[in-house]
Ligand binder design. Sequence first.
Ligand code: IDC
Length: 328
Amino acid sequence: MKKGAKCRIISFFLVLVLLASLECMPVQAAKLPALKVKGTQLVNAKGKTVQLKGVSTHGLSWFPQYVNQKGFTYMKKKWGINAVRLAMYTAEYNGYCTADAKNKRALEKTIDKGVKYATKAGLYVIIDWHVLSDANPKTYEKQAISFFKKMASKYKKHTNVIYEICNEPNGGTSWSDIRSYAGKVVKAIRSKDKKAVILIGTPTWSQDVDLAADSPLTGYKNLMYSLHFYAGTHGEYLRQKAQTALDKGLPLFVSEFGISDASGNGNLNKEEGSRWMKFLKKNKISYMGWSLSNKDESSALLRSSSKKVTGWKNRDLTPWGKWLVKQF
Ligand code: IDC
């Protein structure tokens, strides 16, 4: 082979390697201002209250197609959202801790893409360790520590990344178990990132915020506690719990909610939903609607007949989807 041809082949491969490594590198730090927790509120650098509003994906292994640049940018521009939540199940349906190494890599890749697309779209992005059938976050505590260390070291310069360390502890998991788990995971995140906002789940599917308020985690800044509700099932009694927690100074974040019943299906309760929205607005609590998917269930934002992954029109949205988009 001629020397020139050899050179061209080598340069071609060098360019390929360079492109591949660029693809793996985290994107430039976001231009979005870092948020802090002050009192019970999320605030910007000037101390002004910020209310994040957005949607949660369904499980990332189930519906990865909705993690795409056009979709994220569309929701920001047309729906007016300012945040997105990436829900990664830990146990069920190809969960991060139960499926094989290949699936784990695929999930991490989807998160990388999600953060990249959110950053480009100008959205805050929540990385959610979606504890559900595994009930007690201590079940996969070791895995959580190494996962969040990895994420925090990768995204420490991304001022738009928020960590949610356990979606919904349940099955009788006590606040003291969650508190002990949170102490370890928060420590792991803080060893890489001193400031990122961290959301901590609460007992009974992230409802018992009053228990967390009695003994919140101490020694760290920028922690918030998750409050989840589904208006078809949860009403005034849960708002009372939330009020109790707020009165004790606990910062709350609604990282997931719906207006169907708690199964994610059944009838919508719009009246109760409106009462919740009033409560969130009054207390400037951030909220993320479940779920950006076209699964055939009433908590999906998209109709099952719609195969679009961006550019949704009214006819692509379910009744819940239409209702939620009006709230943003
Ligand atoms: C539901 C999904 C449904 C799935 C089920 C079990 O909508 O398609 O089959 O999980 O994985 C939560 C959970 C969230 C639930 C949702 C509705 O955080 O994962 O999603 N929900 O049941 N807490 C209260 C309600």
